[in-house]
Structures are given as C-alpha cells and as structure tokens.
Write a protein that binds this ligand. Structure first.
Ligand code: ADP
Ligand code: MG
Length: 702
C-alpha cells in the first residue's frame, strides 16, 4: 500500500508528463512540445525524435520493454498493439530503439475495426497519429502513446479525432467572441470535463456462473430479491471493508497513472459505487475515463470482484451512468461558465450561458443520440436517470437573471431597471445558490454544466463532440452578427441578440421534477423531442440539419456521419441479438434444469408424504408444483416465440428497420419471457439453480 506521505511523489509516476519532460528534454525541445500541447501547433520531426529518445529511456528505466499506440476505435473501447523496443544487431545481440517516426505514426491493421461504409470506399488500412496533448504512460510493461486513428484518406475511424476537432471548433468560435468583447489576450479556449463514473461490484465467482453477465454485461432473468434499494440505506453508506480495500487500490493505480481520482462513495443501489475525478482538458479526461474503466475491471479482478459497467445490470435496481461535467476555460484562466466575482465578467458568462441553452435546445436530438446505446435505453426515462427528453436546469437565481434579460431590465435582487450590459447585470452567484436538481438531464451547477444522460459503459467522447460542436455553431452565429460593431452599437446588438436567442430557446428550460409524467406531457406541448430509444433517435443523426452542423465545423464529413450511423445501428442490433440468444440458452438449460429437478423432488415429496400419512394432503407442495408447472408451460411458449422473432429479425435487410424490430419486437418478447422465468425462479430454492440469484449477487459482499 502506498504511504500517504509519498502520494505527491507517486502521483503520475507512470506518466511521461510535463514534469518528466521538463527534466529530461533539452530546453528548446521542451518548449516546442509545450507549445504543441497548449496551442495544438504542428510538431517537427527532429523534435519528435528528441522526445522519442527521452521517452524510450524513461520507459525502459520504468520497466517497459514495449510501446503501443493506444487508440479508441468506434467500438467505444480502446485498442492496442504492442511492439518491443528491440532491434537485432545481426550478431545475436539487440539494442533498444524508438524513433520519432515510430512515436508520431503507427500503422495497425485497421481492417477488423468497425468503419461503417468507410472501409468499402476507402483503403482498409488506417494509421494512428500521436496526440501529444494527452500524456504517454506505462502500463503492464508497455509505454502507452495516446493516438488518434484515421484512414489513409484522412477519415476519422475513432472517437478521439472528432473530439479534438470539436474542441478546436469551439475554441475558434469562443476566441472570436472574446476578441469581439475586448478580451484581446485570449488566443485559445479549452473544454474541460470531469466525468463521474458509476459501477457495480459483485463477487467474481457469482459473475462467472452467470452467462448473461458474462456475455451481455447485464442480467436477463432473475427474480427480485426480497430487499432492493427501498430502504435507501446504501447511498453514501459505510463502505464495506472488502470494497474499501478495492477502492483504495483503485485510487493508487489511478494516481500512478496521473488520473486525479478524487471522490468515492456508495451509490443508491446495493453494490453500486461511484468514483469522481478532478476535471481535466476534454481529450485527456476522455482518455483517462477509458483508462479508469479498464483499471476498475483489473483491480476488481484482483480483489475477487467483477466490476459491472453496464448501464442496467439489474432489473428493478438503479442503473449506472456517467455524469459529464463540462465547462470552457480561456488560456487566460477565465471559466466562461463561471459568473465570477467581477461584474465585468458578466458578459462572456451570459453569452456562453445563453449559447449553451440555445445549442442544447437546437441540437437536442443529436445530444440524445450521443448517449444512445442498447444499454442506456434501459436507463433513460426509467425514473432513476433523466428522461429521454432533454431539458436544462439553471436554478432560481439564474432564472431571474434570464427573465430580466428577456424583459430588457436589470436584475438587482428583484428590482428591475433598464438593462445595461456592461454593468452589474449579474449578482454574484455563489455555488451554493445553484440548488441541485438530480432529475434534470442537463443542469447548471455553479461554474459548469452537468450532462447526466451518458451511460456508464460508453466513451464520453460522443457527448462532448456534440456539445462542443453545437455550442460552437451558436457562438459562430452570434459572432457573425457582432462582427465590425463597436461600443454602444455592439452593446445594443448583443443585448438584442441575447434576448431573442433566449426567447427562441427558453422552452428547453425546466426546473421541476423531470421524472414525472406531467413533465413528459408538458415537454410534448413545448415541442421538445422525446426520443425514447436508439432506433427512434437514429434518423436524426443523418438529417440534413445534423450533416450541416458537423460538416460546416469540419467535425465529420458526410461519409463519416453515415459510417457512424451504420456502426451505431449494427452495434445495437448485435447487442440485442446476443442478449436474446443468451437468454434463450439460460432459460432452456440453466433455469429449466432447476425447474425440472425441483419439480421431481416436489413430486416425490408429495407421493411419499401421502403414502406415509394416508389421508394427508401435501397442499403447499401441490400448490407450488402447480404454479411452477403453469409457469413452465408459459416459458415454453414464450421461448418459442422469442426464438422465432429473433430469427425473423436476423433476416431484415434494412438496418434501421432491423433495429426497430429488435427494439419493438425482440426486446418485448424477452420481457414477456422474463415475467414467467422470474415467476418460476422465485419458487425454486437457490440450491436447485446453477446460477446465483439477485439476493446473492447484490447482498453477499462483506
Ligand atoms: P458534486 O457534483 O459531487 O458536488 P463537484 O461539483 O465539485 O461535485 O464536481 C463534480 C465533478 O465536476 C468533478 O469531477 C469535478 O472535477 C467536475 N468539475 C468541477 N469544475 C469543473 C469545470 N470547470 N469543468 C469541468 N468539470 C468540472
Ligand atoms: Mg454529479
């Protein structure tokens, strides 16, 4: 265990970060790299060579024999292929080599990664390109180099490339705005993310005994335990010793990798927990979240646990999400979503705030889609996570401010005067004033927005790509109107613009309880989209509006958008297909053998009892046997029909229609089957089942 006082020393000890670079690189090389990291400028090959040499030396000193270009293909997972540093000398000896070229560019065989239509039209081969702004690190004896993954034609085949492009687009537009507003020293704006990660821990042996968890990440059958989360005794509860040991180990592993793990606690559901890091620059935060998920699984395994990252591992129990805390900060240190202490900061804050409101309203379907997955569909709108309708919570105080902007008056603690943008438009909003609304999908929380819809297992890249691009688009519209204006003219135009933008988009603001049916009705009246499932939302991804947004800011080409459309749909149908097959097998083999064995014993029991005690009636046993028999008749029927529908689904050519069929028919059949499977399971003693029950899975950890 790491000694507490050694933490500052150990923190980031496996990272080739700024400190190591400053120590090990020649001054001019360090400066060049630093400039690349901060400003995103191009890096010359001689600089790369020098960095590679230092990296290799450092990596070998820290036990690495290999290096790998680490990337994030469109599977949403990470990918790696390891090369050793060795280079044979011809006399039976080797030297350790690593060149700038090898650092900057790699050529993994891309043909087995999903590329949507891109593979057909372009060369299958892809290349990886170093992302110097995300630090390299050592893991399992390899030097990991974060990279972007593209096709030879330059099409993005990953999640990092469009994320970097979206950060660039947002920076460009935000810098324009700041320049217009007189902040001449702002040259770059950074997106920051803190992603809180929820997860479940269950016993590893239990996990291994359930095919559904093994193959699909969630339970497909399972009668509820007699206790669920109704006692509300788990949230922030005392952490059990074994879990605490896991969390401790997890923190240490993350810290060594330079991941700023900050907060840990028990979540609402039994066996559910959360880890929140300190926020970082968006692409680093996304890399770190991917790494966090991986380390969580590895450390869990070491502690005899299995870490479940699925959005809905258990029916009737809260699922897991990943809150995406998001803000934008200038290179001069101004957080554009921080109302700040000085009234002169009001304007950038207000413009940004209103731009975000407009962006979220205008591109709500794209934002909804950015978090769509087969797993997350079970969560959104299930009274535990925000609904599928996107709305924004800003809190009482900001609502008053926005009201006064709409009415053209100054907000001064209630009193209304003529609005003057330069002056004291805003009261000082303290963080504590932003009351919490846990039911809002998109909430202002003092100096950032918290997007609560992302699922626990997915990369947060998608959500941030859409968010950054949508806000960039609104900002670009605003700056276009302001260009060339100065002084009073600028102020008048800006006041007008903020007012009209707000009026156009205020329908998305909602501070009430997002979990109620009334809100869903109200949202419909307001014309807000309610895209309940991935197939419902998919057509929006390839709509003209969507293509216009992403192509105009050079985030995606039309082909890239279409390829992602295909991949998402395919991934969705494959997930449900595997779930259906797994469920059929579990019911047919595992559950049925339990039913049969118990029925046999019950029958024997009844016969023996009635023989031993003439005239006695085995009423209870008889009742159970009868109910079990009825349930198994239903199970048999439902099983047949699930099988038939799944086969039918497989045969559908059109991928959109196929996904819809899986959602509306196959999933429904699975739910129908589950009702009877769970009824039967509830009657069978645990020892007759070859897999652990909900009670065992959720409450056995000590
Ligand atoms: P909580 O929501 O639990 O009260 P905080 O509001 O302090 O906790 O932070 C929640 C998450 O938001 C953390 O990951 C934190 O680092 C992150 N966060 C805080 N400030 C910012 C910011 N400016 N940009 C992005 N994320 C932020
Ligand atoms: Mg939160």
């Amino acid at each position: 265990m790491m000694e507490a006082k050694r933490l500052p020393e150990e923190y980031g000890s496996l990272v080739f970060g700024d400190k190591v670079m400053r120590e090990r690189l020649p001054k001019d090389v360090y400066k060049a790299v630093h400039k690349t990291i901060v400003n995103g400028t191009h890096l010359e090959l001689d600089v790369a060579n020098s960095v590679a040499a230092a990296m290799k030396e450092w990596a070998i000193e820290n036990g690495a024999t290999h290096y790998t270009h680490w990337f994030q293909p469109m599977t949403g997972l990470t990918a790696e292929k390891h090369d050793s540093f060795i280079s044979p000398e011809g006399d039976g000896t080797v030297i350790m080599e690593f060149s700038g070229k090898e650092l900057v560019k790699g050529e993994p065989d891309a043909s087995s990664f999903p590329s949507g239509g891109l593979r057909a039209t372009f060369e299958a081969r892809g290349y990886t390109a170093w992302d110097p702004s995300s630090p390299a690190f050592i893991k399992d004896g390899s030097l990991y180099i974060p990279t972007a993954f593209c096709s030879y034609g330059g099409e993005a085949l990953d999640k990092k490339t469009p994320l970097l492009r979206s950060m660039e687009a947002l920076s460009k537009e935000a810098v324009k705005l700041m320049q217009l507003l007189g902040y001449k020293d702002v040259t770059r704006v950074n997106t920051t993310i803190g992603s809180e990660q929820e997860y479940f821990l269950i016993d590893k042996d239990d996990y291994m005994q359930r095919k559904d968890l093994l193959f699909t990440g969630r339970t497909l059958i399972g009668a509820p335990a007699t206790k669920g989360q109704e006692m509300e005794d788990h949230y922030f509860g005392v952490i059990k010793p074994k879990v605490s040991a896991f969390m401790h180990d997890l923190d240490e592993e993350l810290w060594k990798l330079g991941i700023p793990a900050k907060t840990k606690h028990n979540e609402v559901a039994p066996a559910q927990h959360e880890m929140a890091p300190v926020f970082e620059t968006a692409n680093v935060a996304v890399d770190h979240n991917q790494l966090t998920m991986e380390v969580m699984k590895k450390v869990a395994d070491k502690h005899g646990f299995s870490c479940l990252l699925h959005e809905k591992p258990f029916e009737g129990i809260n699922g897991s999400g990943k809150h995406n805390n998001w803000s934008i900060c200038t290179d001069t240190g101004i957080n554009l979503l921080d109302p700040g202490k000085h009234p002169e900061d009001n304007i950038p804050f207000l413009v940004t705030l209103i731009a975000v409101i407009a962006a979220v309203d205008e591109y709500a379907p794209q934002l909804r889609l950015s978090v769509a997955s087969a797993g997350n569909d079970h969560r959104l709108g299930a009274n535990e996570a925000p609904p599928a309708v996107i709305s924004i919570f800003v809190g009482d105080e900001l609502t008053k401010v926005l009201d006064s902007i709409e009415q053209g008056s100054v907000f001064k603690g209630g009193a209304k005067e003529k609005m003057e943008m330069g002056a004291q438009v805003l009261p000082h909003i303290t963080k504590d004033n932003t009351d919490r609304n846990r039911t809002s999908p998109f909430a202002f929380t003092g100096n950032k927005f918290e997007f609560r819809m992302p699922g626990s297992s997915v990369s947060v890249a998608n959500a941030n790509i859409v968010l950054n691009t949508a806000v960039a688009e609104i900002l670009s519209k605003i700056t276009k109107e302001l260009e060339g204006l100065k002084g009073d003219e600028l102020q008048t135009k800006l006041t007008e613009l903020l007012k009209s933008t707000l009026i156009d988009h205020k329908r998305v603001l909602f501070d009430g309880n997002g979990y109620t049916d009334e809100w869903i009705e109200e949202a419909e009246k307001r014309g807000l989209a309610n895209l309940k499932s991935l197939p419902d939302a998919m057509p929006e991804w390839i709509s003209d509006k969507s293509i216009e947004l992403f192509t105009s800011h050079q985030i995606f080409t039309k082909e890239e958008i279409e390829s992602r459309y295909e991949i998402l749909l395919e991934n969705y149908t494959k997930s449900i297909h595997i779930e259906s097959l797994t469920m059929q097998e579990m019911v047919r083999k595992d559950l049925t053998s339990g039913i049969v064995a118990y029925e046999m014993d019950l029958t024997k029991e009844i016969i023996q009892k009635e023989k031993a005690l003439p005239g006695a009636k085995a009423t209870l046993e008889g009742k159970i046997l009868k109910t079990l028999d009825e349930a198994s008749t239903q199970i048999s029927e439902k099983l047949e029909s699930l099988k038939a529908k799944t086969e039918e689904a497989e045969g559908i050519e059109d991928i959109q229609k196929q996904a819809e069929f899986y959602e509306r028919t196959v999933l429904k059949e699975m739910n129908d089957l589950r009702v009877y499977a769970d009824q039967a399971e509830a009657l069978i003693p645990d020892e007759y089942l070859s897999y652990p029950t909900y009670g065992q899975l959720l409450f056995s950890l000590r």
